[in-house]
Ligand binder design. Structure first.
Ligand code: XMP
Length: 328
């Protein structure tokens, strides 16, 4: 029964009371709406004593890192360090094809990189006689809290998620979660109220392990380039058709199977792109999105013509369950 602007004031006051006059906070940001809103609140509360870390894991989308930087640094004024660890992630993923192993490698590499960045900030502080960082910001939402509680039972883990709680056990930092009582639509409202662009506020969710779980089999630089380009075209066409807000999540995946085709007067033997788009309210169950045929036609022809190494496009018509939204 509070309004969003009351929420902002209350939360800023709460953060200031926890962090104090001199305390410092660190937090990972991704360019997504949750971490951006959390970072913005933190920056409003304590300014540059908040240190944002953007880890480039090499499996983000086309231009995503640059866009995140533009928004977080240029527009929001956040004290941000970009850690380009793409080679390291891709190196660790080399030869790995098992979905859970890929997820664990990405999660663990992320934690390593983040901790190294935190240590570098602490070392720089120590050199200036400033106390080390004590707090960790996380953009955890209410549904994440619920899910991680219910996962603690003897239930089966379907997929390893790395967003909740992954960092706090290794680092002796106190957790601050300004969004832990909010649902996604409330975070969006908050983002709008804080002056964020519609583009960011309405962005589809994007998983931590990124494009790596949308490329079946081994993740290489070449495969990432193909998946990235196809995904970019797909999302661009969805936006042009005015369907982006109707769809809860959409992405193009790369299937490492080859089929025969013909381009110009040449026989080709190339990989396949699998398009996924779902409607859902809670992401626990989902339905595939009934695209108008003309839109699918345009997307398919652009991907086949513009993405080298691809000669077929298929559309995933599976609901969740029994499928999941991601492929891995
Ligand atoms: P699934 O594939 O389980 O996905 O039906 C449900 C929702 O969760 C997202 N997802 C993740 N998000 N880290 C994330 O931040 C992850 O490891 C992860 N795995 C899946 C997925 O994109 C969908 O929105």
């Amino acid at each position: 029964n509070w309004t969003m602007s009351e929420f902002i004031d209350k939360e800023i006051a709460r953060i200031r009371a926890i962090v104090g006059e001199k305390g410092q906070v660190i937090g990972a940001v991704s360019g997504g709406v949750d971490s951006s809103v959390a970072a913005k609140l933190m920056h409003m509360a304590i300014g540059d004593r908040f240190h944002g870390i953007l880890v480039d894991n090499g499996v983000m989308r086309h231009n995503e890192c640059e866009q995140a930087k533009k928004m977080l640094v240029d527009k929001m004024g956040i004290n941000l360090k970009i850690a380009d660890a793409s080679e390291r992630f891709l190196g660790n993923l080399k030869g790995k094809t098992d979905p859970e192993e890929k997820r664990k490698i990405i999660g663990n590499t992320f934690i390593d990189v983040f901790e190294e960045e935190a240590k570098a900030i602490d070392d720089a502080c120590a050199a200036h006689g400033v106390a080390p960082i004590e707090f960790l910001l996380q953009g955890t939402l209410y549904p994440d809290v619920i899910e991680s509680i219910s996962f603690k039972g003897p239930s089966v883990t379907i997929k390893t998620h790395h967003n909740v709680g992954g960092l706090k056990e290794n680092m002796k930092l106190k957790l601050i979660e300004p969004l832990r009582e909010l649902f996604k639509d409330e975070v969006r409202q908050l983002g709008k109220l804080l002056g964020m662009d519609d583009e960011l506020v309405w962005r589809h969710p994007f998983p931590g392990p990124g494009i790596a779980i949308r490329i079946l089999g081994e993740v290489t630089k070449e495969q990432v380039a193909i998946a990235r380009k196809a995904d970019y075209i797909y999302i661009e066409e969805i936006k042009k058709a005015g369907l982006y807000r109707q769809i809860a999540q959409a992405y193009a995946a790369l299937l490492p199977v080859k089929a025969v085709g013909v381009k110009g007067d040449k026989r080709t033997y190339e990989q396949m792109i699998c398009l996924r788009a779902v409607e859902t309210s809670d992401f626990m169950t989902a339905d595939w999105f009934p695209f108008p045929y003309e839109v699918l036609k345009r997307i398919s022809s652009r991907i086949c013509n513009e993405v080298e190494g691809v000669n077929r496009v298929v559309y995933d018509v599976s609901s969740k369950p029994p499928a999941t939204i991601e492929l891995e």
